[in-house]
Design a protein around this ligand. Structure first.
Ligand code: ADP
Ligand code: ZN
Length: 735
């Protein structure tokens, strides 16, 4: 063979002026081509900066070769960031999500790049090294510095001064004398390394078997989906901690998705107890600098475990080997903005593409996951009882037709008595009502005027503490007036129905001595304050807690022995076929806050429909029968997961434009057997922020090509003109 050929192949300069596709974080249907300047090295996955119109934007070099366009006609890539390229796996995942959700791939890629300024490596930190020697003049301050630094660790200037309790000028003096040398240190990690053997769990009974089964799957290191189906307090967390330990031992990274991550400080602590270090956090309440650090260290592999909200699914991990989706049934996993996706489902997809295991966890698994378990697609492990000597709470229905509250109240005498007994025993009661504010509707007793949002089809909710009427759709707020704007009568406005603030008022009337806390997402002081309040409750610093679903999720309140559901029927009122499932899940979760530490506990559910299957399932504890019924109803109606749905919301500034456009889209739908388009009809929220909304529902059989159908329909649809906007939601939450 000719050795010059070999040389040529090895040392050939990269072809001058190549072109590459670059995906930019915009709603463009495909990547744009850019030329690669001579001497610049890029590969698929490289994070780059490119000109776009008058701006510079961050993009990712995508797959696919030259597009035949003359490189001289293209604008060049401006800069390649010094960060590891997005893996093939990650790029495939982004493409997959884009195709499935019919979203522009650039918008999906943007979710993976959501950390501005994170792409360059973090600058080195200026540090000190002890060279040795002694200063001629030794002062007590100097001696303290030398003593502190003698531990052999690296120090920063201010860190050392602080630790030694001296001013930085003392340290500077020692640098001048050559006793310390200034060096550069790598930036500190955001979190310490979790150690799989830090504190091995002692699992018992069904926990042990469940963990063994799951760890066996995880050890194979290939794609599989396991469902941990165990009652609240059964020790599901400890079981999946074993899967995490196994994955860490195999040298892979772990992602834990949690629905309310910002509020679950106790989770972080438990993780630390088991692994000796906290996981890195990822959610929208994280400071931007921290986000950037976590992003960078997930990409470089320095961070081994991330606990995050749904958006963490798009972190471009260096070598992800396990995803846990805790509370997999939770509606918070669904993003309904720009790219509409369900993080639970996309986690499974990411596992399949990356060929690693995924674990779904819930006390009340979604119907979808139950069906996948029954068909054998997912392997299910059950934890039917609580851990240790904790028992499930004793649950009873309070038939409100027979146990009417006193005039103007919402709590039945039975519930009030139960609260009294709980407080007497110095235990805690939780009153749950999934409604923020004081009252969901305000009307004028004289003329009947109802306060409605000027730009939405929803009533204004009174927030008495803030003296405001608020729209929970758009955030519109106005001062609560004293006179009716319609008839002018003073002081005749009445609040209809309860919100948590109103229940708190009633509780204070009955238990003026008790320490009460009201918790909802509009608490003054935001997430920080919420965290503090949750800690206070866990420490027993409250007797009665009145809260929305914020208090339902994942918390461990050792003294809580009574849960009262103020309005168990609330979630059943709308016509959504998923309402029963959702209500069952929420009520199970809330009542599951009681009795987690072995104290005898109760739950009272106030209802006007005690015969309803959801109420019966909750009190009997027989969730199997409930799910069987739900599943067979879905099957009969060919609803998910036995059929497929997509919802198309068309909105516009006028009702006519919205309806007209929706009709046009419907007429553009191709004829495909097994797929039908329903509507247009007014959307469940017909007016939001001044935009009128119509909905088309596309329904297909399980095996129908929904995406193909929708693509054809969209390409034939009239152009979106004027104020018209179209939103496409595959697998909508409500239908
Ligand atoms: P779940 O996630 O199913 O609601 P948890 O994992 O939170 O349940 O466990 C419930 C309680 O039992 C927690 O306080 C936890 O610390 C405790 N627990 C569970 N398993 C063990 C174990 N093997 N050893 C000690 N404590 C455990
Ligand atoms: Zn509004």
């Amino acid at each position: 063979t000719d050795s010059s050929d070999l040389f040529g192949a090895l040392f050939e300069a990269p072809p001058a002026n190549r072109t590459v596709p670059v995906l930019v974080p915009m709603p463009a249907p495909k990547p744009y081509s850019y030329s690669v300047p001579d001497g610049m090295a890029v590969e698929p996955g490289s994070v780059v900066q490119v000109p776009l119109g008058p701006r510079q934007v961050i993009g990712v070099v995508w797959d696919g070769g030259e597009d035949g366009v003359d490189p001289k006609k293209l604008r060049p890539i401006s800069h390649v960031f010094d960060c590891p390229p997005l893996s093939r796996e990650m790029r495939d995942f982004i493409d997959w999500v884009a195709t499935y959700t019919l979203s522009p791939p650039g918008l999906v890629a943007r979710m993976a790049l959501r950390a501005p300024n994170a792409f360059e490596p973090e600058p080195m930190v200026e540090g000190l090294k002890l060279v040795g020697g002694e200063p001629e003049r030794m002062t007590p301050a100097r001696a303290r510095v030398l003593d502190t630094a003698s531990d052999g660790f690296s120090w920063t200037r201010s860190g050392l001064a602080h630790a030694a309790g001296v001013s930085t000028s003392v340290v500077d003096g020692l640098i001048t004398l050559g006793i310390f040398e200034a060096i550069f240190l790598p930036p500190p990690p955001v979190v310490a390394m979790p150690d799989p053997d830090f504190a091995a769990a002692r699992l018992e009974g069904p926990q042990k078997e469940a963990a063994e089964e799951i760890v066996t799957d995880v050890r194979k290191g290939e794609f599989s989906v396991s469902l941990i189906d165990g009652v609240t307090g059964s020790g599901k967390t400890e079981v999946y901690f074993e899967a995490i330990a196994e994955t860490l031992k195999r040298g892979k990274q772990v992602l834990i998705l949690l629905p309310e991550i910002a509020l679950t400080a106790s989770f972080m602590e438990r993780f630390q107890d088991r692994f000796g270090a906290k996981p890195a956090e990822w959610h929208s309440d994280l400071a931007p600098r921290m986000r950037e650090k976590v992003w960078r260290q997930a990409v470089t592999g320095e961070v081994r475990v991330v606990a995050g909200a749904r958006s963490a699914l798009f972190l471009p991990f260096e070598d992800l080997g396990l995803i846990i989706v805790d509370e997999e049934h939770d509606p918070a996993y669904k993003q309904e903005d720009r790219v509409f996706y369900n993080a639970r489902d996309m986690a499974v997809v990411r596992g399949r593409i990356g060929d690693f295991p995924v674990i779904l966890v819930s006390a009340t698994p979604s119907v979808e996951s139950q069906v996948n378990g029954q068909s054998g697609r997912y392997s299910t492990v059950h934890l039917p009882t609580r851990f240790g000597d904790a028992a499930m709470p004793d649950l009873h229905l309070v038939d409100m037709r027979r146990h009417a509250p006193e005039r103007g109240g919402f709590l039945s005498p039975v519930l009030i008595r139960a609260i009294g007994k709980t407080v007497e025993k110095r235990e805690q009661a939780l009153l749950f009502l999934n409604r923020r504010g004081y009252a969901p509707l305000t009307l004028c007793r004289v003329c009947g005027h109802r306060f409605q949002c000027p730009q939405c089809s929803s009533w204004l909710v009174e927030h008495r503490f803030r003296k405001q009427l608020q729209c929970h759709q758009c955030g519109h707020a106005e001062r609560t007036p004293e006179a009716c704007p319609e008839c002018g009568t003073l002081d005749h406005l009445v609040a209809c129905g309860p919100g948590v603030e109103r229940i708190a008022e009633e509780v204070e009337r009955h238990f003026p001595e008790a320490r009460t806390i009201v918790l909802s997402s509009d608490i003054m002081g935001g997430v920080k304050r919420l965290r503090l309040e949750l800690e206070a409750i866990a420490k027993g610093e409250a007797d009665i807690v009145i809260g929305t679903q914020l208090v339902a999720k994942g918390h461990n309140f050792p003294l809580m022995t009574l849960v009262g559901i103020v309005d168990a029927d609330l979630g059943l009122a709308n016509g959504d076929p998923r309402a029963a499932e959702r209500t069952f899940q929420l009520l199970s979760q809330v009542t599951g806050r009681a009795g987690r530490t072995g104290l005898k506990s109760h739950g009272l559910l106030q209802t006007y429909q005690p015969q309803h299957p959801v109420m019966q399932a909750i009190v009997s504890g027989d969730s199997d029968a409930f799910y069987e019924r739900e599943i067979s109803e879905r099957e009969r109606a060919v609803l998910p997961p036995f059929g497929r749905l997509a919802s198309i919301i068309v909105s516009a500034e006028t009702r006519h434009d919205a309806e007209n456009h929706a009709r046009g889209m419907r007429n553009a739908a191709p004829q495909v057997s097994g797929i039908s388009v329903l509507g247009p009809a007014e959307a469940p929220l017909a007016l939001v922020r001044g935009r009128h909304r119509f909905r088309l529902l596309v329904h297909g059989r399980r095996n129908s090509d929904m995406q193909g159908f929708l693509r054809a329909m969209l390409s034939q649809s009239p152009k979106e003109r004027g104020s018209v906007q179209v939103q496409l939601d595959i697998d909508p939450q409500s239908f």
